[in-house]
Design a protein around this ligand. Structure first.
Ligand SMILES: C[S@@+](CC[C@H](N)C(=O)[O-])C[C@H]1O[C@@H](n2cnc3c(N)ncnc32)[C@H](O)[C@@H]1O
Length: 263
């Protein structure tokens, strides 16, 4: 049951495509038998894509699923027309899996914090370390991606400690190499699930995930993080628990950094 729940978006997406396909089949039959009308190939593909988009919207799938639902019929038809070799499909699937390991299961895709966010995070650490205490900062990036955030902060604050965890194989490998090459000895990368991290060791925890894990994560944060710590979430709020502060950054997507003071 839990497994079924985890894969609900994929199953819903496939189910909606099938419903549209059945509807399309009935339309084709009716038009042919009643009016001797045949639809062109691309009209059929367009109806399939448009129908899947509409149903996905009605069923409130997330925006990135709606885009996939619309583009998939065109992509499949192009693959059939160009007769792509069959080994390309498992290869593409495997390559995507290495990057987007956590997308289906945890519903957290890979997208990265930008330089303006790195700078804003650094400013938050700066005010924190000057006004709160003189204790060294132990910063954790939960799901560190390619570790751009960690490298930028480790460079700016050589006196503090920066750790990231990542489970997706390729981002983990890139992070490891990037941190080694950066030459900073105050960064650590671990191949570990964020749910297995003991947060009591970190006075700053950063996460840029998705709406999905936020309630569960906040429970973990409040149960484990030390008093006086700060939890910073890029873009995603915690339902029913408003942050103490929100900074809106001057970048293209007006990134919001939500900050909770742990008390
Ligand atoms: C949106 S990206 C953010 C990357 C990075 N923190 C940044 O801000 O640039 C989220 C990352 O979290 C990772 N992730 C998702 N679930 C995870 C889990 N349970 N444990 C560790 N990493 C996870 C994903 O693989 C992805 O790299």
């Amino acid at each position: 049951m839990q497994l079924l729940n985890r894969f609900r978006p994929i199953l819903t997406a496939i189910g909606l495509q099938l419903i549209v396909l059945i509807g399309l089949f009935l339309v084709i039959q009716t038009l042919w038998q009643g009016f001797s009308i045949t639809l062109s190939l691309w009209t059929k593909v367009g109806i399939q894509a448009g129908g899947a988009l509409l149903l996905s919207y009605i069923f409130r799938l997330p925006m990135w699923w709606i885009i996939i639902q619309f583009t998939a019929p065109f992509a499949i038809m192009l693959a059939i027309i160009f007769n792509l070799p069959t080994w390309l499909y498992p290869l593409a699937f495997f390559a995507l899996l290495l990057f987007y390991w956590n997308s289906a299961d945890e519903r957290v895709p890979l997208y990265l914090s930008n330089k303006i966010t790195w700078k804003a995070l650094g400013d938050i650490l700066d005010t924190g370390s000057s006004t709160k205490s003189t204790k060294p900062i132990h910063f954790m990036d939960l799901g560190c991606g390619f570790s751009g955030t960690l490298v930028a902060l480790a460079k700016r604050f050589p006196q503090h400690h920066f750790t990231g965890v990542e489970t997706a194989p390729l981002p983990y490998l890139v992070s490891l190499i990037r941190c080694l090459l950066s030459g900073h000895d105050n960064i650590k990368i671990q191949r570990k699930s964020l749910w297995d991290v003991d947060l009591s060791k970190y006075n700053y925890v950063y996460a840029f995930l998705s709406p999905e894990p936020m309630s569960r994560l906040y429970k973990k944060i409040t149960a484990e993080m030390p008093k006086d710590g700060r939890f910073i979430s890029n873009s995603f709020v915690v339902p029913d628990f408003p942050s103490n502060d929100t900074r809106i950054l001057d970048d293209r997507r007006q990134t919001e950094l939500h900050i909770w003071e742990i008390s």
